[in-house]
Write a protein that binds this ligand. Sequence first.
Ligand SMILES: Nc1ncnc2c1ncn2[C@@H]1O[C@H](COP(=O)(O)OP(=O)(O)OP(=O)(O)O)[C@@H](O)[C@H]1O
Length: 505
Amino acid sequence: MSEYILEMENIRKEFLGGKVIANEDITLKVKKGEIHAIVGENGAGKSTLMKMLNGLYEPTSGKILYKGKEINIDSPSVAAKTGIGMVYQHFMLVDTLTVAENMVLGFEPSIMGKFDKKKARQDVIDVAEKYGLNINPDSKVEDLSVGIQQRIEILKILFKGAELLIFDEPSAVLTPQEVKELYQIMRNLVKEGKTIIFITHKLQEVLDVSDNITVIRKGKNAGSIKTSEATKEIIANMMVGRKVLFEVNRPDVELGKDLVEVLNMRVNGDNGLEAVKGVDLIIHEGEVLGIAGVEGNGQTELIEALAGLRKVEKGSFRIGEQNLTHSSPRDRRESGLSHIPEDRHKRAAIDDFTIEENMILGVENNYCRGSILDFGKITEKTNEYIKKYDIRTPDSKVKFGGLSGGNQQKVVVARELEKENRFIIASQPTRGVDIGAIEMIHNTILSEKKNKKAILVVSAELSEVMSLSDKIAVMYEGKIVGVLKREEATTEKLGILMAGGKIDE
Ligand SMILES: Nc1ncnc2c1ncn2[C@@H]1O[C@H](COP(=O)(O)OP(=O)(O)OP(=O)(O)O)[C@@H](O)[C@H]1O
């Protein structure tokens, strides 16, 4: 028998009648019982390759062998029957049901024609225990953290009998603690005989958990390497074809006047309870203030309130002399606010619109000649930004929804950074973005510092907050529990504050 559980041979996948060749002659071999990382730049073709394993796409040409036998995976149900399961970034759970009910949805155990709840509960307990997943079968999904919801997704596919599990950027939505737990779960799965393929942009993660790495570059194989022989630099070089610097240079900028002021801000969360409990912030011209914190400590609500997407209950917010506490999002934009939101799909872009149409969202006035849109200018500017931000697309008229995740993010970043502004809010600005593009986005944000903009960066990645910020405020349970100058900040100190602890002076 073949030592490989999966062999993809000479896979080609075309879209738009051949206009886009997402995969070209790709060969991927995965051994049974290994953790195999797939890395590559945004738009390299990773998700497309995985979607062919999950029956969402069929290859234009090429062969897929599973346990040595050629197979034709023409639907997700065939993939599941074969033993292949995928854990997506966007979970597909019913919020109002319990863990056990979600788990067995679609193939509920029954006793005398009725749903056998007891068996469903026991099944969840058994499978969770076997893989160290630690889940309460009776919790309602809506009450659970993102990390636990991800475990339910994993359990769901294990239930369907998956032997080969595919994780698409599994840590992108997790807190650092949850990431550690996920690594452990992945190791347990392998110990129990499962095989894992995972896509990630985080090279440290690749080095920490994988056994082998395959790199895809511009739709083609750029080679495979054993993790024990790899370094971040080697992988980055294979991915991008050039040296990537892992550190940015923060320019020394003399700070100007205090441009942004947030005073005693109080904001409620979706559940009506207070999520932001009296936050004060001052950001000067030319200054980057970073907010660190475990997600769910009020950062999202604070940023939404500043962007005009959530009501301010108490307190005030101004940019320069303009009081914007209760202004509309449009008025805020016109006063010089740029906002890169954490969830681009919900807040920043429309999948069915083209790149050009998304590029002018909210800034239509900049593209008008008289009262009509100047389509020539829109195309010209969009093409300029496609080049500058290295957005990988055949042209500017492609639908936003057809772009790879990282390239979608670059469109939003380009629109927000290129518009006239004084205050930039960048929330998770590089989520899902590849290392080359992270370098570019970080440098662009820092060049705005030289232009005397006030910048607020919120990120779940401590390394991102630390490399961009002049000052770092830590948010915990709705409050700022500490502000450190960049020079004083260490991962340890920030970690203690993020967990609600105190640091000795
Ligand atoms: N349904 C589709 N229609 C048209 N083009 C598509 C479609 N799906 C993917 N593409 C194109 O195929 C290429 C590969 O995309 P894919 O999503 O596989 O990249 P990726 O490596 O997963 O990127 P990322 O890291 O940004 O998620 C991109 O140019 C993308 O625009």
